[in-house]
Design a protein around this ligand. Structure first.
Ligand code: CU
Length: 204
């Protein structure tokens, strides 16, 4: 009995996070720290989701009590160039964490893209991806399950402007990509301002 119990405990401890919406390219407990997609093939189109430019739900389960999140996207034909969809999210609490309407990138409408979720956790950086395609139209309705667990809270990190949250060696490259994005009027901070205000209301 004891070894089985120990195994279960270990599995829970190592679960890190599991992307639920959109459909993940895959989840591997052991290899979730492997960039850019937790060891899964970034070019896979398995489970491709349509992503309305006005927003789509983003939902996961986390086992870490404190994390910073990056939610980014890249074109399938340019996967070295991830762009932030939202500023860095600072999140507390374990369980379900959901953002009901993460906006898309208008300039990429109709093109194959890859969503990437990065969890900056006590275990280091963890990754999952999803095949998505930005489509026109109003925000998609979130699933019933899109509700933060009672002990889960989140806020945008002040001054993060959707770049990298910290002090890792990759900050510089992320930042240059982000700055390019913000310089583009089509996806600049003014365009994001309205959805972000909506979100803050939902998050609190
Ligand atoms: Cu973990």
């Amino acid at each position: 009995m004891f070894p089985i119990r120990l195994l279960a405990l270990a599995a829970l401890t190592e679960a890190h996070f599991v992307l639920q919406v959109p459909t993940s390219l895959g989840f591997s407990d052991v290899l979730e720290g492997t960039a850019p997609c937790g060891s899964f093939d970034i070019s896979s189109r398995a489970g491709e989701s349509s992503w309305p430019l006005a927003g789509a739900p983003f939902q996961l389960i986390t086992t870490h009590p404190q994390s910073d999140w990056q939610i980014r996207a890249a074109l399938l034909n340019d996967t070295a160039n991830f762009q932030p969809l939202v500023p860095v999210v600072s999140q507390q609490g374990t369980g379900t964490f959901c953002l009901p309407a993460v906006p898309g990138i208008a300039a990429w409408e109709g093109q194959d893209a890859v969503l990437q979720a990065i969890q900056h956790s006590a275990d280091g950086e963890l990754y999952q991806c999803a095949a998505i395609k930005f489509v026109p139209g109003s925000a998609a309705a979130g699933p019933q399950s899109c509700k933060n667990s009672t002990n889960v809270s989140a806020s945008f990190k002040p001054g993060s402007t959707a770049s990298s949250p910290g002090n890792s060696s990759t900050t510089t490259s992320h930042k240059s990509a982000a700055e390019k994005s913000w310089a583009d009027p089509a996806s600049g901070p003014l365009m994001l301002a309205a959805p972000l205000l909506t979100w803050l209301a939902v998050l609190y």
